[in-house]
Write a protein that binds this ligand. Sequence first.
Ligand code: DGP
Length: 117
Amino acid sequence: MCIFCKIVEGELPSNKIDENDDFLAFNDLYPKAPIHVLIIPKAHVECFQDVNPTVMAGLTTFTQQIAKKLGLDKSGYRLITNNGDDGAQEVKHLHFHLLGGGKLNWTHQHDESHKNM
Ligand code: DGP
């Protein structure tokens, strides 16, 4: 069982923000912003590439509710999913990073620096 499935099952602790029958939101262990929440489907799906549109529809509504609950719906936030090895996905259970609570840095690169990634 993967670590996020263990969190869903209560076998590993987490700092839960909210949940319903299908989805769970909990704080990231290594926050990269003042607010850094992970949002997952409870049923194991490896990554965004494998998720079906019905799950994504529910995940969208749940994510919007979490953003509102955290007071980010008006101030703004960033939503990220890392997909697969080149996407730097460490935990192979679909999750969206919801980041906010301050002005987030975003560098617009219009030069050749993307070649260095
Ligand atoms: P990613 O690289 O997209 O797979 O990000 C995985 C995230 O999961 C990373 O930001 C750290 C977080 N994380 C890893 N293990 C745990 C854990 O056991 N509990 C919590 N709350 N977060 C975890």
